[in-house]
Write a protein that binds this ligand. Structure first.
Ligand code: DX5
Ligand code: ZN
Length: 218
């Protein structure tokens, strides 16, 4: 799946920018609070408006402190997937269960320097693992290939039937890097600048999907 990130879109025209990525599997929405990350973007009221403006399922990536309190309302509002950071959560299992209870998929995100091993048992409570391939906070950064072993480990567990998970990579995904991520075992690809920076965003999505599919389904 390809999930264009509206972080790279024009925030004054979010409805039109959602329409510009027709064919996207998920629309990735980066929620930043200027505490967990240095940047500040948007929150629940804007997500509620976006939900009314598009039929593309929303993939909310919460880069915020205290997801224990703030994450479940995104699920209640109607997001398809709600991902929060393990580094910020007090009781990740409780948050994941609250998200699932509201009918959304629950996602766990790891910053580049956060190891996966301590959280492997936790993953059965989740539907999505988001492996950050840049430091969270800003679009347009370079892909950190050193985190791909985490993707490989997760893929091995899914392959062996121990887990059912979407494995999502986020940050610096573009025509030069998507194949390495797919080869490692990712199946959801967030792309901000590679989609919204393209002359034709919908065509950029198709091209990225074809590149990833050629690796995943040889
Ligand atoms: C970074 C965000 C990403 C960002 C990716 O903190 O989580 O979703 O939008 O943008 P690109 O694809 O430009 O790296
Ligand atoms: Zn993101």
């Amino acid at each position: 799946m390809i999930a264009p990130s509206i972080l790279s879109a024009d925030f004054a025209r979010l409805g039109e920018e959602a329409a510009a990525v027709e064919g996207a599997d998920w629309l990735h929405v980066d929620v930043m609070d200027a505490h967990f990350v240095p940047n500040l973007t948007l929150g629940l009221p804007v997500v509620e408006s976006l939900l009314r403006a598009t039929t593309i399922p929303l993939d909310c990536h919460l880069m915020i402190d205290d997801p224990d309190r703030w994450a479940p309302p995104y699920a209640e509002a109607g997001a398809r997937n709600v991902t929060f950071h393990i580094e910020a959560a007090d009781d990740p299992v409780r948050v994941a269960r609250a998200i699932r209870a509201k009918g959304a998929l629950a996602g766990l995100a790891l910053k580049p320097r956060t190891p996966l091993e301590p959280y492997l048992d936790l993953l059965r409570e989740f539907d999505t693992l988001l492996v950050m391939t840049v430091e969270p906070g800003f679009g347009g950064q370079g892909f950190i290939a050193e985190v791909l072993p985490k993707v490989r480990t997760a893929r091995t567990l899914v392959q062996s039937g121990h887990l059912t998970l979407f494995i999502e990579v986020d940050g610096g995904v573009n025509a030069d890097t998507i194949e390495a991520a797919a080869e490692a075992g990712a199946d959801v690809f967030v792309a901000g600048s590679a989609v919204y920076g393209a002359e034709n965003p919908s065509r950029a999505i198709s091209a990225l999907r074809a590149q990833a599919a050629a690796v995943l389904l040889p």
